[in-house]
Design a protein around this ligand. Structure first.
Ligand code: 5GP
Length: 212
């Protein structure tokens, strides 16, 4: 299925809910979807690559980008800067692409404000807090202090769940990916997202009427 109007799919979730994997898999499955690579000042993890997972910058470089208004949105998450660079987003949407982004709840809110008619907000949740905690502990990426901070933030994020359009429970990764894929398909089928097709149909009908 392909879309005729670009839009943004925001995937927000507490850390450890599996949203990065979901975003990457959706991008792999669908050729109409592009992943938005964020800029961050957080330290690069062992398995991460610059310009693929994030654009890793220093605090000074990030602050310079803020001054130059290079972000669609930016936020401080778990004590580090994170931001969505403007450069490609608007162009991609105008070219009818679907941009998927893995950002926090503050970022989701900013995207909704900036693109009220072209954004779909999905909140991904694990089925319970124990699963979330186990995932954070098992991925061996962060120290206990960071994990504690992330669990605290999760509580605050879940408070804002009503601002989202959809909730996807990530109990089983494949099912969660299928759910997000299904949401994107539904968005593509919205009347609002098919105005060119409808316009063409109307025009053809008028032509038929003239001929008959
Ligand atoms: P992590 O450090 O685990 O990769 O990401 C930490 C949090 O920052 C996650 O909730 C992630 O979604 C969020 N995040 C990543 N990129 C951005 C961004 O560009 N903007 C905002 N607001 N949050 C982001």
């Amino acid at each position: 299925m392909s879309n005729e109007r670009g839009f943004i799919v925001v995937i927000a979730a507490p850390s450890g809910a599996g949203k990065t994997t979901i975003c990457r898999e959706i991008e792999r499955r669908r050729d109409d979807v592009v992943y938005s690579i964020s800029v961050t000042t957080r330290e690069r993890r062992m398995n991460e690559k610059d310009k693929i997972d994030y654009y890793f910058k220093t605090k000074e470089e990030f602050e310079e980008m803020i001054r130059e208004k290079q972000f669609v949105e930016w936020a401080i998450v778990h004590g580090n800067y994170y931001g969505t660079p403007k450069n490609s987003i608007k162009g991609l949407i105008e070219n009818d692409r679907i941009v998927i982004m893995d950002i926090d709840v503050q970022g989701a809110r900013s995207i909704r404000k900036e693109f009220p008619d072209s954004s779909v907000l999905i909140f991904v949740m694990p089925s319970d807090i124990k699963t979330l905690k186990d995932r954070l502990l098992n991925r061996n990426q962060d120290n206990m202090d960071t994990i504690r901070k992330r669990l605290h933030n999760a509580k605050e994020e879940i408070e804002k769940i009503n601002e989202f359009d959809y909730i996807v429970i990530n109990n089983e990764l494949e099912k969660a990916i299928d759910d997000v894929d299904g949401i994107i398909n539904s968005e593509c089928l919205k009347t609002f997202n098919n105005e060119k097709l409808i316009g063409k149909f109307k025009e053809d009908l008028s032509n038929e009427e003239r001929i008959l």
